[in-house]
Design a protein around this ligand. Sequence first.
Ligand code: FAD
Length: 291
Amino acid sequence: MAEALRERRLETTLLYRSKVPYSGLEPEVGGLIVRELEDHGVRYIGEIQPNAFEVSNGRALEIITDQGAFPADLFFIGAGVAPNSEIAREAGIVIGRTGGIQVDAFMATNDPLIFSAGDCCEKYHRVIDQPVLAPLGDIANKEGRVAGENALGGNAQFHGIVGAACVKVFDLEIGLAGVTEAQAGGLGYKVISQLVEASSRVGIYPGSRETLLKIVADQDSGRLLGGNWIGRDGEARKINVLATALYNRMTLEEISRLDLAYAPPFSPVWDPLLIAANLLKRKVVRPSPKG
Ligand SMILES: Cc1cc2nc3c(=O)[nH]c(=O)nc-3n(C[C@H](O)[C@H](O)[C@H](O)COP(=O)(O)OP(=O)(O)OC[C@H]3O[C@@H](n4cnc5c(N)ncnc54)[C@H](O)[C@@H]3O)c2cc1C
């Protein structure tokens, strides 16, 4: 929305509750997004608590926050997404801890005649082995297909998600998958992480831009837990290699051996993901040999 408003040359301020936009991002990546917003004329204010609107004659004049009042002609509210599972709850369908409808791999609820798919229901997160909410269109589509097939007597399964997503902020592309360092730490993993700043193509090749990748892994098992990739040269799509590795619960050692395509217009000789995995695998605790 901020991008669209700036496109029309409107003065734009973005107020956000956390320090950086989108709490599912690593702080290093969030910081670059804030800079991109500011470089394009968006005034960004993080860690702010909106409390009320000052309204006169049915018209909002300013928003009152813990950091003062901000007047504007137009306000957009991004309030997040929560599953509206009340109808299901009233019908006796089990609602999970997340607030979403609980389903099994067949997208069946506790009532064998009722299936659920999409934003309303929980998804199994393959990386952290827990039910989560993930209101995304590609997931809703896959789940809908499974639920539909099974409602007609089929036997299809949905095998879960890894939290892959991508977004564009002005000229920046951001891809993310799995969990962040902070999220993994909060879940009790012994987290190790690696930040790699590289060029998106062979350095001298026209169009080469800076690219930044951060990956997170479990120190005990060496298993990849997540990553954020940000830049201006196809990073949103590059995250899919990482998402595939997460889906298959690959370790840093396994990722470091991947045969990834290379040619100067597309990547450096050492793909940043391989660089990151090679560096981070050194920090993995190896079980000491028996005896
Ligand atoms: C602005 C925006 C941008 C997005 N961009 C992306 C993106 O880039 N990538 C991505 O993966 N996802 C994106 N999403 C999320 C994606 O759109 C949703 O995850 C997806 O549409 C969820 O599908 P759903 O079928 O669960 O719900 P919905 O698509 O919301 O469908 C639910 C339907 O149920 C109907 N309904 C509700 N209550 C009742 C009732 N009581 N009786 C009958 N009908 C009812 C509604 O009218 C609606 O048609 C975006 C969402 C928004 C809002």
